[in-house]
Design a protein around this ligand. Sequence first.
Ligand code: F6P
Length: 319
Amino acid sequence: MKRIAVLTSGGDSPGMNAAIRAVVRVGVRKGLEVFGVERGFCGLIEGRIKKMSFNDVAGIMEKGGTILRSSRCEEFRTTEGRKKAAVKLREHNIDGLVVIGGEGSLTGALILYEEHTIPVVGIPGTIDNDIGMTDMCVGVDTCLNTVVDAIQKLKDTASSHERAFIVETMGRESGYIALVSGLTTGAEAVIVPEVPVNYDTLSSRLLEERKRGKINCIIVVAEGAASAYEVARSLENRIGYDTRITILGHVQRGGSPTAFDRLLASRMGAQAVHALLNGDHCTMMALELGKIVHVPLKKVIENKKTLDMSLYNLAYQLS
Ligand code: F6P
């Protein structure tokens, strides 16, 4: 293996730059030529492949987003699109590809390997923390800190005005962001797609607490469960608070990565290069009980992450 490439794909997440930096620097130190692919799989199809040096990745670890930019690439979902991508990699004599992204991107990497035997290695980069076989994905910790900070601020104004706030978080089909941010801010309720909500029971409980003297109420809802507007409609005039809605949106994806994300991304980036060099192809770098391990991509895709119900129960107990 002499020439490797790295790309970021799908929704960006804080820490992707730290992962790119680690791939480039460890690759160069191992005597490889390292290339960056711009705009994810779309850029690969277009042949937007440029050589990267040790210095090209200086000062990027603290930056949010991805310096390689990203895309959600419809064409790569087609056999023809993946064939074009494989041709571009071969034209540039690329021997191995590191894909940093979420579930869709890692699935794309797996199919590229299966169809064209291109050595690929994945790094889980998504705020959703919905990827199987890894305890954490790059970007989750920063996202949670952003959400916690926002909810804390909303709690201040909620208390001043004796209001309820319904806060909608991202997460696609996963309730992880809502659950952990709700648990760590002491939210009164967390609504996630994995657990059906009973609005009668919920409104009775919140009204009871209001009558007992509670002066604020935070309800965190994951986008995959319901919209904040739907929750507001279902609880309207039933919980004893004037209610406001906040949809956090893409603010959750930005910002300078936390130390945790920088460390995780650096470790996974370095391991991705080792995996390519050791012939440990078609694997994903995963965090398992504090260690970075290589898990077959097929296993990752077949084992979707489920919500930790002990955390859900704890959030309920502590609310
Ligand atoms: O997967 C990351 C994520 O931010 C999800 O939480 C969200 O549902 C989706 O991406 C939003 O995608 P887009 O930025 O394409 O609107």
